[in-house]
Design a protein around this ligand. Structure first.
Ligand code: PNS
Length: 160
């Protein structure tokens, strides 16, 4: 049984995140999506909101669960008995940072990171872009899962 960990900030989850998680759920026996409460990024959504938005976006995928975690990714992986970390790579601009994290995590705990190439239709997409568009009343319905699109539009429009 191979158990994968899909970590991220998910502030908010996008269709790009969900596509990577869905693909991981087909490649591995089970997947834990971990909302990392990373202090270096000041999230707008609470971790409970991010977990709930992910759960609503992943309804029907039976081998995926969602948690939140505060601390090092490698400790989260240990706690969850994860065999591998799965991340999406959108473009070469993601590569340096993702490679550094993968190497640091392997040094800390020998855990392997597997990269899935993002669908090209999502390669421009980021949570920060969604936040910006929603903040100024733009249409984010094609950028975030339909189950949470209305809530994202409302939540980010009133956040500032
Ligand atoms: O969605 P993001 O913001 O690209 O996810 C980044 C995340 C949360 C996976 C990364 O910042 C992380 O692993 N944070 C946990 C802290 C940690 O383990 N840092 C050392 C890794 S080098």
């Amino acid at each position: 049984m191979t158990h994968a960990l899909c970590p991220g900030s998910f502030d908010p989850p996008t269709v790009g995140h969900i596509e990577i998680i869905e693909r991981a759920s087909k490649l591995f026996d089970s997947v834990t999506v971990a909302v990392i409460r990373n202090s270096t990024k000041n999230a707008i959504l609470t971790s409970d909101e991010r977990v709930e938005f992910l759960q609503r976006s992943l309804v029907g995928i039976t081998n995926v669960n969602v948690i939140s975690f505060d601390g090092l990714l490698v400790d989260c992986a240990k706690q969850e008995n994860a065999d591998v970390v799965v991340k999406g790579l959108r473009a070469i601009s993601d590569f340096d940072y993702e490679l550094q994290m993968a190497q640091a995590n392997r040094l800390l705990s020998h855990i392997e990171t597997i990269f899935l190439s993002t669908n090209p239709t999502h390669s421009f997409l980021s949570s920060s872009m969604v936040r910006d568009i929603a903040r100024y009343g733009g249409d984010v319905s094609s950028l975030v899962p339909s189950a949470i699109a209305d809530d994202i539009a409302t939540r980010f429009a009133i956040a500032d």
